[in-house]
Design a protein around this ligand. Sequence first.
Ligand code: ADP
Length: 169
Amino acid sequence: MTIAIYPGSFDPITMGHLDIAIRASKLFEKLIVGVYKTPSKRLLFTAQERVELVRKAVVNLPNVDVEAFDGLTVDFAKKRGAVAMVRGLRISSDFEREFDMAMMNKKMAPELEVVCLMASPEYQFLSSSLLKEAASLGGKIDDLVTRDVAEALDRKKVRHMELTEKMIP
Ligand code: ADP
């Protein structure tokens, strides 16, 4: 069976991520979405919340599994018997970083191919960080995320507002 992993922070999963997962699920017999537990960035959602939101988003894709992982992505890929690692490439931001990462991963695991899929035009400028910013300012983000993610963002916003209100003397 040809297995691929699709690793990322998914904080939270967007339609851009989902589009890549759907397309990759047609190329491989099994796709495992790997959610980094502890990426080196500030997170809005816990690992458990991120996994849960990805699971709900891919519920209709029978050959897609979701798992949290820690440590080197290549080790996770090896443990799962993956032949490829899938990444999404947006026009503006991703190429150099992805290229560097692919070279480093190739050094550590020469047998693992990195398969980059071009982001679809409608999601080229969509990132989890921009999405969180827009959502926190009350922007309309409904067509950029699943309904579960929109609701989860709303809940975070309410909690954040409660917190900041409590902080005001
Ligand atoms: P990471 O911390 O590894 O960059 P992300 O969750 O930000 O994790 O992204 C995971 C993967 O999905 C990366 O390959 C990223 O380039 C890709 N990706 C992010 N946003 C989009 C998008 N809008 N369209 C296509 N691919 C995307």
